[in-house]
Design a protein around this ligand. Structure first.
Ligand SMILES: Cc1ncc(COP(=O)(O)O)c(C=O)c1O
Length: 414
């Protein structure tokens, strides 16, 4: 026998990084402005956030949240199923379904729970989930809770997806192909077009987690399906309000019969308290703003395009990102921690991505851009990236750049 806590005593990975003075996690933020934060008394440009449209500080969003608190109080104190269902939740569901072009929608307390609830309620014992290897942790948790089998395919590799479908599909009853629409760390877009063709050919349903795509991709930010113009081929869209929608909460959108079923069966929905009133009201207002103020999406696209061009121009490998998530391929975990620390000391807040979130030796610094960044913010970030990139030998060094290019090719297929 062994003490259950033995593993905790032995766990020293974080402590090693702390001891080296490059620990990048749990930095306490003292205040924020939408494009920058203050930590340890110093302003730092935020390039590690998911606040893509910059709406967390929009006066209308803040006002809507305050009004909801006055009307409904600070919490729902129960599940939507029982005592926590507000008219606000229903208004949001109706509006969001319309925005996404789906029949119906269900709002969860978080996006994490939305993925768990969707997979655990829809995938039964004889069903199968085909899941991209780089899917978000909440999808992975969902596949572990679901009773059916899970078969992984190589990241965004439609040849591999077809291979596993051809080898296994006949063994199961129902099937779903699931992937992030925009991958949260590398910023690449899932090949929804080809996946939709394969879903049809092999009689699978197609689920897309559009956490990083709603508000970002598509003509008005409706997500990945709309980006490709094939929204009707995506059977289920899951998402979150913790990114473009400047709040917290999650959703799933699909046909009415699917949502009705989930509402009465999904345990993460039924047995977890409802999204609080201020959070729902903030999302509702964001949705109205997304529909009426296109300038936020235009600014986001302008800022993302500028940063992609400039960062690649400096010589960084960005894994050919097509979205506001622009990773910088660094390679070694420790170098990524050091680089992030130097960015921080120079007034830029970003986050490293190390194994197991990426393959060994493929550490990244995840940078992401927002509508609310000013040119001054972005130019400052570029100046610091240029300086540090050279200091670390990531740019301005042909052999290192070729080494990173071959890593990108080998592990990310770009
Ligand atoms: C792709 C993806 N799906 C789901 C989630 C979970 O969303 P939430 O923060 O609402 O739990 C996230 C958030 O990090 C995400 O990036």
């Amino acid at each position: 026998m062994m003490d259950l806590f033995e593993k905790c005593r032995k766990y020293d990975r974080a402590k090693q990084v702390q001891a080296a003075g490059v620990y990048p996690y749990f930095r306490a933020i003292e205040s924020t402005s939408g494009s920058s934060v203050v930590t340890q008394g110093k302003r730092r440009v935020m390039i590690g956030s998911n606040n893509y449209l910059g709406l967390t500080h929009h006066p209308r969003v803040q006002e809507a949240a305050k009004k909801a608190i006055e009307r409904f109080g600070t919490g729902c104190t129960g599940s939507r199923f029982l005592n926590g269902n507000l008219v606000l939740h229903e208004e949001l569901e109706a509006r969001l379904a319309k925005f996404l072009g789906k029949e119906s929608c269900l709002v969860y307390a978080t996006g994490f729970l939305a993925n768990q609830g969707t997979l655990s309620s829809l995938v039964s014992r004889n069903d199968v989930i085909y899941s991209d290897r780089e899917n978000h942790a909440s999808i992975i948790e969902g596949t572990q809770v679901a009773l059916g089998d899970t078969i992984k395919f190589k990241h965004n590799d439609m040849v591999d997806l077809e291979r596993v479908l051809a080898n296994t599909r006949k063994k199961y009853d129902g099937a779903v192909i699931i992937a992030d629409g925009v991958f949260s760390m590398s910023g690449d877009i899932f090949d929804v077009e080809r996946a939709a063709e394969l879903a049809k050919a092999y009689e699978c349903r197609l689920f897309i987690d559009d956490a990083h795509a709603v508000g970002v991709l598509g003509p008005h930010g409706e997500g990945t399906g709309h980006h490709f113009g094939i929204q009707n081929d995506v059977d289920v869209v899951v998402g979150t309000f913790s990114k473009s929608f400047a709040s917290i909460g999650g959703f799933v959108a699909a046909k009415e019969e699917v949502i009705h079923y989930m509402k009465h069966v999904a345990r993460p929905f039924i047995f977890s308290a409802a999204m609080p009133p201020a959070a729902v009201a903030a999302v509702l207002e964001c949705l109205k703003i997304v529909e009426s103020e296109p300038q936020h999406l235009m600014n986001l696209r302008r800022n993302a395009a500028k940063m992609k061009t400039e960062i690649e121009g400096l010589g960084f490998n960005t894994l050919n990102s097509q979205t506001p998530i622009i990773p910088l391929l660094i390679g070694d975990d420790y170098a990524a921690f050091q680089f992030t620390q130097k960015l921080y000391e120079n007034g830029v807040f970003a986050t490293p991505v190390v194994r197991p979130a990426v393959p060994e030796g493929c550490a990244l610094i995840r940078t992401s851009y927002m509508a609310s960044h000013t040119d001054e913010d972005l130019d400052y970030v570029l100046e610091i990236l240029d300086k540090l990139g050279r200091e670390f030998g990531i740019i301005g060094c042909g052999s290192k750049q070729s080494e990173l290019a071959s890593l990108a090719q080998q592990h990310f297929g770009v």
